[in-house]
Write a protein that binds this ligand. Structure first.
Ligand SMILES: NC(=O)c1ccc[n+]([C@@H]2O[C@H](COP(=O)([O-])OP(=O)(O)OC[C@H]3O[C@@H](n4cnc5c(N)ncnc54)[C@H](OP(=O)(O)O)[C@@H]3O)[C@@H](O)[C@H]2O)c1
Length: 185
């Protein structure tokens, strides 16, 4: 499978392994982040797969719009966006959806990673306003519970869950468990 031109937001930390896998299965992948050290490290690690790492603070809405337009004009229609966005930046996903639907009629997939909110309802609330040409795949991050004790997911488990969601065709993928919610770590 080749995912074409992919944009990744929130992919330089815990999701780094998934970012590398996506780059290996895509024509062109651009990963955005603020931290220069993390960006240089991931660009070096996956150098052979055409991964471009660009500095962007996604809370700067004008800069976010500029980067989406620049990616589209440099590398063509966007096939997939992978986004793990902090809850403190609620404008980012609507901006991504709006800008891509302005730029292209080509179909694209939004892999929306949600997790670790203090409220379960924030995770389980479905994406409501997807553009017509956009298929949304939600990845809901939970925790691991063995009936006695619980722990958060490892970076590896999070990346593997995202990769499975990308490969599969399910609209919702739960990594770990969300139930019983009061047993979370
Ligand atoms: N469910 C679970 O089992 C589990 C396990 C571990 C963690 N978590 C939770 O996951 C959440 C994320 O943790 P974290 O932030 O430490 O993850 P992280 O993966 O280390 O960093 C978040 C990613 O988002 C990027 N990012 C954040 N703010 C940005 C901004 N304004 N503009 C551009 N990129 C931005 C970061 O890039 P830069 O660093 O370059 O900004 C990085 O790529 C936390 O709430 C944590 O508690 C859950």
């Amino acid at each position: 499978m080749n995912y074409g031109h992919v944009l990744i937001f929130g992919g330089t930390g815990m999701l780094a392994k998934a970012t590398g896998w996506i780059a290996a299965h895509s024509e062109r992948t651009v990963v955005f982040g603020r931290n220069r050290h993390r960006l240089e490290r991931i660009a070096k690690q996956y150098d052979g797969y055409g991964l471009e790492a660009k500095q962007l603070d996604y809370t700067d809405n004008a800069a976010l719009i500029r980067e989406i337009h620049a990616a589209h004009s440099q590398h063509g229609p966007i096939g997939m966006v992978v986004a793990w966005i902090h809850g403190t930046a609620p404008k980012v996903l609507p901006t991504i959806k709006e800008q891509i639907s302005r730029l292209q009629r080509d179909p694209w997939t939004l892999v929306h990673i949600k997790g670790s909110s203090s409220r379960l309802s924030d995770i389980t609330k479905p994406d409501s306003d997807a553009p017509e040409n956009c298929q949304v795949k939600e990845v809901r991050l939970g925790f691991v519970y063995d009936g006695t004790s619980s722990r958060w997911l490892t970076h590896e488990e999070i990346s593997d869950g995202v990769i499975e969601a990308i490969k599969g065709n399910q609209p919702i993928t739960v990594v770990g468990t969300l139930e019983p919610w009061d047993k979370r770590p």
